[in-house]
Design a binder for this molecule. Structure first.
Ligand code: BES
Ligand code: ZN
Ligand code: ZN
Length: 483
């Protein structure tokens, strides 16, 4: 999909379809030329409501205001309503207000995110045919619009939304088509395309690095594990950031096998690692002036004669011993070793990890919101704030010393599950904190994306399936840190 910004009026622009936003029920606005027809069609201009006037070649969509969030979802739903239709080009008149540049950015993000479909396994494709969108800013009434700045924002929106769709594609791919070695190949392909550096650790190297807990989780799978390290290292880097992602290409639960209904969708347990790859793609395309390292622990959690077991005690890379009481709490084991490895390799100013870590997080905060944890309230608040600015939902979940006691083990340094059913997102986060060095303790945040990463219905600007959770929030945050 490509975008063109112009000061020509929409009447002068050639396109298959005109898209008109109706903001805050303002049917009197000069953009709204079909008041009577819209009324007849019962169009009330509610947020995300669309109305296609086929004979007029006009599509109307409602939004409550020009703020980024409503503009993003309205744009997404407009394009979603055109999936499978034969329109190839659209023209849009944009409203000029103080925040115009940002509503343009949100709109473009919405277009690309809303047009996304995952059709790999369908014989008959039902895809968006929109190739070209012309954005007209013909209304100046006293508001200065810097075309150059606007184009820059549109370009950024394209990079971010494309990276989100890149992540969605990886997550949506089935476990037998996307296993650890495939994740590594995708990372290598990305590096080739963007100029990122890519290092892949295979089992021999993982053994040498003493990543025994990761190897234990991987042991029963015919697909061997990989740890991926992508690097963006510009010359003028101001700070260093490390990203770590849980890349469970399938989570059967292991010997603590998941019940049938809970196993379906577990191809999405690679969402954290896939998000890290999407973030790396975006920041390298934006060429942000910060050094960013992306680590992915790509592993499949299966059953078999040599599977790791409840009652095993594993030794993590940092020497800590872990009592295994449930093999379905595998993500934290993989992350433990990858977090240790990442800290050994890079002395970063910030460390963020992304993981579909707990069902408890989904129970606690719902399907649409990520849980942000860590030892430092300011770091957590920064993540929550930038998530919101980016169009993602996130909320802070606070650690406390009482819950920490519930992961104590009688026979090892720590247990991989808590002794209570409650507070499972937090106790998982506190388990991870055991693998963060003291000197990094205040620089780390853990983002549990189990809720929003994969949802079996569409919502906001997200389709059924993978949402690409984590990508937009972190790119926004990294853009901020790069300023
Ligand atoms: N991958 C799951 C968490 C998950 C659940 C992600 C639902 C997305 C949707 C994780 O590995 C897991 O199974 N966690 C267990 C932990 C428990 C055994 C302490 C869980 O949440 O039930
Ligand atoms: Zn699990
Ligand atoms: Zn898992």
């Amino acid at each position: 999909m490509n975008f063109e910004l112009t000061i020509a009026k929409t009447a002068e622009i050639e396109a298959d379809l005109e898209l008109i936003f109706v903001i805050d029920n303002d049917f009197k606005h000069r953009f709204v030329q079909d008041k009577k027809l819209l009324k007849k069609a019962g169009f009330s201009a509610a947020q995300d409501e669309t109305c296609l006037l086929i004979e007029k070649n006009r599509l109307y969509v409602g939004a409550t205001s020009l703020a980024s969030a409503p503009m993003r979802t309205a744009a997404a739903n407009a394009l979603k309503s055109l999936i499978g239709k034969n329109y190839k080009s659209i023209k849009v008149s944009t409203y000029t207000n103080q925040g115009c540049i940002y509503s343009l950015r949100a709109m473009v993000e919405g277009f690309i995110l809303g047009a996304y479909t995952f059709e790999t396994y369908k014989s008959k494709k039902n895809e968006s045919k929109i190739k070209h969108i012309t954005l007209s800013i013909d209304e100046y009434n006293g508001v200065e619009i810097d075309i150059e700045k606007a184009s820059e924002q549109i370009h950024k929106a394209q990079i971010i939304a494309d990276a989100t769709n890149f992540t969605r594609d990886i997550v949506n791919t089935t476990p037998d088509d996307c296993y650890p070695d495939v994740m590594a190949s995708i990372a290598e392909g990305l590096a080739e395309e963007t100029g990122l550096k890519c290092k892949v650790l295979k089992p021999k190297a993982l053994k040498k690095e003493k990543m025994e807990t990761l190897l234990a989780v991987a042991r029963a799978s015919r697909h061997k594990p990989r740890v991926i390290h992508l690097t963006h290292k510009p010359k003028n880097a101001k700070i260093k950031v490390t990203l770590v992602g849980k890349g469970l290409t399938y989570d059967s639960g292991g010997l603590s096998l998941k019940p049938a209904d809970y196993m379906v969708t577990m191809k999405s347990d690679k969402s954290g690692g896939s998000a890290v790859m999407g973030i790396m793609k975006a920041i390298s395309e934006m060429d942000l002036p910060i050094e960013v390292h992306g680590f992915v622990g790509a592993v499949e959690n299966m059953i078999g004669g040599d599977a790791y077991k409840p009652d095993d005690v594993l030794v993590a890379k940092n020497g800590k011993t872990i009592e295994i009481r449930n093999t379905d709490a595998e993500g934290r084991l993989v992350l433990a070793d990858v977090l240790c490895y990442a800290q050994q390799e890079v002395k970063a100013d910030y460390i963020f990890d992304f993981a579909t870590l707990t069902g408890a997080c989904v129970v606690g905060v719902g399907h649409y919101t990520s849980g942000v944890m860590g030892n430092n309230d300011e770091v957590k608040a920064m993540v929550v704030k930038e998530a919101k600015n980016s169009g993602e939902l996130a909320t802070a979940l606070d650690f406390n010393p009482y819950l920490k006691k519930t992961i104590k083990s009688e026979i090892a340094d720590v247990c991989n599950i808590s002794n209570t059913r409650y507070g499972g997102a937090i106790t998982a986060g506190q388990f991870l904190s055991e693998f963060i060095d003291k000197k990094h303790s205040d620089k780390w945040a853990h983002i549990d994306i189990a809720g929003p990463a994969f949802v079996e219905h569409s919502w906001g600007e997200n389709p059924h399936g993978a949402s690409g959770a984590g990508v937009r929030m972190m790119v926004k945050l990294l853009e901020k840190l790069a300023k």
